[in-house]
Design a protein around this ligand. Structure first.
Ligand SMILES: Cc1cc2nc3c(=O)[nH]c(=O)nc-3n(C[C@H](O)[C@H](O)[C@H](O)COP(=O)(O)OP(=O)(O)OC[C@H]3O[C@@H](n4cnc5c(N)ncnc54)[C@H](O)[C@@H]3O)c2cc1C
Length: 289
């Protein structure tokens, strides 16, 4: 399908981008274009104006200071995949980046754009949820911080005339590890089901922080608070992780299904991935106490 016409803006600063978003109705940000352009081609998105932020050079950066990571809005999956500093500090980024689509998509698609969009099968939203990213959001009245919590989804919290300038993640010090795993949809490469886990243990092996986020199986990527609660406060040495994963009951409200994989199949894949990612995270924590 040939997309309908629209006007095009190429701001050189965040202020100019906010002005362009504010000046006309129906203006949307174009970042890497790997979600928006396909939707426009399918006629599922018909913006009146594109605000192409690719010219704002200051938005492309990756700062790694200890376990505090700041990711600019134009930083791509490839940037995250290739950073040796990031791989050393928080290896789950490279692990997840490698599982996204193909090198061409990774060279353009941005981490922040994926959080803003929140594709139901997107990999980065699961990482953003499990690692509790904080977004810097800029609009006509200045900037504000939006934390991606269990119930806060950026695609609902960001207004039409706002731009996410960056995402910041602070991984707790101490015994903390994170793992991401997915079952790929063979055609699209998106997550049929994906799970991101972050665990923190204290010196006695008791879990003091547990974040588990799922993608692919739900209408929107989301944390799984009931499973998190069954792990938090437990000593992981004595916990049957398979039993924890199996406690995800079917039919579970919100599990999606389609012609390729029904909701019962996705629920079962979700249980398998929860078990696998928990097991791998615990193994990491045990091998690097
Ligand atoms: C063939 C193909 C396969 C793919 N496979 C996968 C996959 O396996 N896993 C996966 O996770 N993703 C996959 N993707 C999607 C890819 O990761 C996207 O790049 C990503 O989801 C969106 O990032 P983007 O920079 O391209 O955003 P764009 O497409 O430019 O924008 C997406 C949406 O977010 C908004 N937006 C973007 N940046 C901002 C910002 N800074 N502030 C506010 N709003 C913003 C835009 O207005 C738009 O509505 C695939 C894409 C393609 C084309």
């Amino acid at each position: 399908m040939i997309p309908t016409g629209c006007s095009y803006h190429r701001p050189q600063s965040i202020d100019q981008a906010v002005d362009a978003l504010t000046s006309g109705s129906g203006a949307v940000i174009l970042a890497g274009g790997q979600s928006l352009i396909p939707l426009m081609k399918l006629g599922q998105s018909r913006p009146a104006a594109l605000v192409d932020v690719a010219g704002i050079a200051s938005l492309r950066y990756l700062n790694v200071e200890g376990r505090r990571i700041a990711i600019g809005a134009l930083t791509t999956a490839r940037d995250l995949e290739r950073s040796t500093d990031l791989a050393a500090a928080v290896p789950v980024f490279a692990q997840a980046a490698k599982q996204i689509a193909d090198p061409a998509v990774r060279a353009r698609g941005t981490f922040v754009g994926a959080l803003a969009f929140g594709d139901p099968g997107g990999d980065w939203p699961a990482i953003g949820l499990a690692l509790e990213a904080t977004l810097e959001v800029c609009g006509p009245s200045g900037s504000r911080q939006v934390q991606i919590g269990a119930n806060l989804t950026p695609w609902e919290a960001i207004k039409r005339n706002e731009i996410i300038a960056s995402a910041t993640i602070e991984v707790p010090d101490g015994r903390t590890a994170a793992v991401y795993a997915k079952v790929r949809h063979p055609a699209s490469g998106y997550a049929l089901v994906g799970v991101a886990v972050l665990l923190t243990l204290d010196a006695a092996g008791v879990c003091t922080r547990c974040r588990i986020a799922a993608t692919g199986a739900l209408r929107r990527p989301a944390r799984l608070p009931t499973i998190e609660a069954s792990i938090l406060g437990s000593n992981l040495d004595g916990l049957d992780l398979e039993e924890v994963a199996a406690s995800l009951r079917a039919p579970l409200a919100g599990i999606t299904g389609d012609a390729y994989a029904g909701s019962a199949q996705r629920a079962q894949l979700l249980r398998v991935l929860i078990h696998r990612t928990l097991h791998q995270t615990v193994a990491k924590l045990t091998s690097h106490p």
